[in-house]
Design a protein around this ligand. Structure first.
Ligand SMILES: [Zn+2]
Length: 300
């Protein structure tokens, strides 16, 4: 958007939300999305029994090449406006609003078609024109979501179960003598999935719980791979014997050294395989934390 138009919108007390501007002129709520350079999408949600006069004006503006196109979908008028020095955005908006007044148009809630007590509601990323009923419902819903009891315990066990299921892929590949980061990814994916299904809250704490279960899943998988390895050398060894022998195996420096190499390599692969999932979920957790909806106030 060019500097001139930004100044005009600021003077009209429009507010900027991400790539959009929302505002109110007289009783009309207008939003403007910045699509491409020098192209604005002006949106107006209204009802009127007589739209002819407004369409006549838009048709003329189109012919004069001030606008690229316009369309109406249900109650929403969308105008693709071309920015230029020749036409002033504020006078264009004022003209629209004055015509809307003449055709007795009324802005409507995008959810329920109510025309009273409207306002834009935003989470600082997207916005929506709503009546106070719909807006109020949205606000209380978000509040409930935000204060939802953290189901960390159930989340932890579900995540652990997921990690163990995911570790099957690791064991299968590990038993063949390979490491693959994709198997690490399987552990991490299943852990987060389990956590999500148990409705664990995706907060920082939640992610740390998942990292713990992923590590448990990894250690379990490594242990299972070790057992499979021993079984190959000593076919008569069963799981019970192996568990009893474990402290002895781990107290042997030579074995420990060779295992350490495998362990570190495995850890590297699990970091490679899970890094992305964890990072994505960290971003999600951050967004969840910041999820706040507010009513846009144009009074100041
Ligand atoms: Zn409504």
């Amino acid at each position: 958007m060019n500097v001139n138009n930004i100044e005009q919108l600021t003077q009209l007390k429009f507010k900027k939300i991400e790539n959009s501007w929302v505002g109110k002129i007289n009783d009309f709520y207008i939003s403007i999305d910045i699509e491409k350079e020098n192209e604005l999408i002006i949106k107006l949600n209204f009802i009127s029994s007589n739209r002819g006069k407004l369409f006549e004006f838009l048709e003329n503006e189109k012919e004069a090449d001030h606008i690229e196109s316009y369309s109406i979908n249900k109650n929403q008028l969308e105008i693709v406006y071309k920015e230029s020095v020749e036409v002033q955005l504020d006078s264009f908006l004022n003209e629209i609003v004055s015509l809307c007044g003449q055709i007795e148009a009324k802005c409507v809630c995008t959810n329920c078609e109510q025309t009273q007590d409207l306002s834009f509601y935003t989470n600082q990323k997207v916005y929506s024109l709503l009546c106070s009923n719909c807006g109020g419902r949205l606000l209380s819903q978000v509040e409930v979501d935000n204060s939802r009891r953290n189901n960390y315990l159930a989340g932890f066990f579900a995540s652990l179960l997921g990690a163990l299921i995911g570790s099957v892929a690791w064991i299968a590949i590990g038993a063949l003598g390979f490491f693959a980061s994709i198997a690490g990814f399987a552990i991490s994916f299943c852990a987060f999935k389990g956590y999500e299904l148990a409705k664990g809250k995706l907060s920082r704490t939640g992610i740390i719980l998942n990292i713990i279960t992923i590590l448990i899943g990894f250690i379990f998988a490594q242990y299972a791979v070790l057992f499979i390895g021993f079984r190959k050398e000593f076919p008569e060894m069963n799981l019970r014997d192996f568990i009893i022998l474990t402290p002895i195996i781990f107290s042997d420096m030579e074995i420990l050294k060779s295992l350490m190499g495998d362990f570190l390599l495995g850890l590297l692969f699990i970091v490679l395989g899970t890094f992305r999932t964890i990072k994505e979920n960290f971003i999600k957790a951050k967004e969840n934390k910041n999820l706040q909806i507010e009513r846009v106030d144009f009074s100041e």
